[in-house]
Design a protein around this ligand. Structure first.
Ligand SMILES: [Zn+2]
Length: 274
C-alpha cells in the first residue's frame, strides 16, 4: 500500500506551502482518494498521479477543506477515461454529492460526461462500518470533532500492512487507541500551542479567546497525537492538517514528548510505502 499526500494543510487559511487535506492510497490496481480538499488535483499532478485513475473516494467528514475538491473532480476533466467513482462517506454524504453533481452538470456539455456523472454512486459508511474498498479492508469509527457533523477515522488494511487516518478529531483515546492498535502508520492531525499564540497576535481579547476555544475544542495537539501513537503501539506517526504558522520542528518536539517511534510531518507530495 502506498500513501501520497495531495494536501497536508488545514482549514480556511490560504497556505502557499500546503493544499487542504487529501491523501491518495494505491494498492495494486486500486487507487483511492481519502478526502478531497480544494486544489488536490494540482497536488496529484505534482506527484505524477492521474485523477482519472481514481476509482473510489472516501471522506472522513464534510468540512470544505476535506471535501469540496470533489466538485473539481466531477467538473474539471473534459474527457473522462475512467469509470464513474463511488464515494464513501459519513452521514449527509449523499446530499453533499448530489449538490456537487449539480455543479458539475451545469458544466457538462456532452452526453459522455452527463452519463459519467449519472454513474457516480454514494455509499454511506456510518460509525462501526467495515467493508472492502478497492481490495483494501476499511474500518470506520466516529471521532469527536465538530457539532452537527459526523466525523470518521478509518483503518485501512491490505497485504498485512495497516494505516490509520484520524481525519479531524480532538484527543480521543477511547476510540483511536483501539482503532490504531499496532498499525504500521498512524496519520493523525496535530497543532501546537505556540502556533496558536502566533495566530493570536494582533487579535482582540475576544478574538483570541474565540481562536483558542475553536481550535482546542475541535482539534488535537501534536502531543496528543504522540500519546495515541504511543498507547496504540504504532510504528510511524505522521502529523498532518498543518496550519500555516506551524513550525515542523515544534510539531515533532511536542509529539516526541509522548512517542519515541518515527515521527514525520506530512508535506504535499510526501509518499510512503507501507
Ligand atoms: Zn474538520
Amino acid at each position: 500500500m502506498r500513501i501520497t499526500f495531495c494536501g497536508s494543510g488545514a482549514g480556511a487559511a490560504v497556505n502557499p506551502r500546503r493544499g487542504a487535506s487529501s491523501i491518495h492510497l494505491a494498492h495494486g490496481d486500486a487507487q483511492v482518494l481519502v478526502d478531497t480538499g480544494p486544489g488536490f488535483m494540482e497536488r496529484m499532478a505534482d506527484s505524477g498521479l492521474e485523477p482519472d485513475s481514481v476509482q473510489d473516494v472516501v471522506f472522513s467528514h464534510l468540512h470544505f477543506d476535506h471535501a469540496m475538491g470533489v466538485v473539481e473532480l466531477f467538473t474539471r476533466l473534459i474527457v473522462r477515461r475512467g469509470a464513474p467513482v463511488t464515494v464513501y462517506g459519513p452521514r449527509d454524504t449523499d446530499s453533499y454529492i448530489e449538490a456537487a453533481l449539480g455543479f458539475a452538470r451545469v458544466n457538462a456539455t456532452n452526453e459522455f460526461i452527463r452519463n459519467w456523472l449519472d454513474g457516480v454512486s454514494v455509499v454511506l459508511t456510518r460509525p462501526g462500518d467495515e467493508r472492502e474498498i478497492g481490495g483494501i479492508d476499511v474500518r470506520s469509527v466516529e471521532v469527536p470533532h465538530a457539532p452537527y457533523l459526523e466525523c470518521l477515522a478509518r483503518r485501512f488494511e491490505a497485504g498485512g500492512r495497516s494505516l490509520v487516518y484520524t481525519g479531524d478529531t480532538t484527543y480521543a483515546p477511547d476510540v483511536l487507541v483501539p482503532l490504531a492498535d499496532g498499525a504500521d502508520v498512524l496519520v493523525h492531525e496535530g497543532f501546537t500551542e505556540s502556533c496558536l499564540t502566533r495566530m493570536a497576535e494582533g487579535l482582540s481579547e475576544s478574538g483570541r479567546q474565540g481562536l483558542f476555544k475553536g481550535v482546542r475544542g475541535t482539534h488535537s495537539r501534536a502531543e496528543s497525537a504522540g500519546q495515541i501513537a504511543r498507547d496504540a503501539g504504532v510504528g510511524t506517526l505522521v502529523l498532518t492538517h498543518i496550519m500555516p504558522l506551524e513550525r515542523d520542528w515544534e510539531l515533532v518536539e511536542e509529539a516526541r514528548r509522548a512517542f519515541d517511534g518515527t515521527i514525520v510531518v506530512a508535506s504535499d507530495g510526501l509518499s510512503l510505502e507501507i
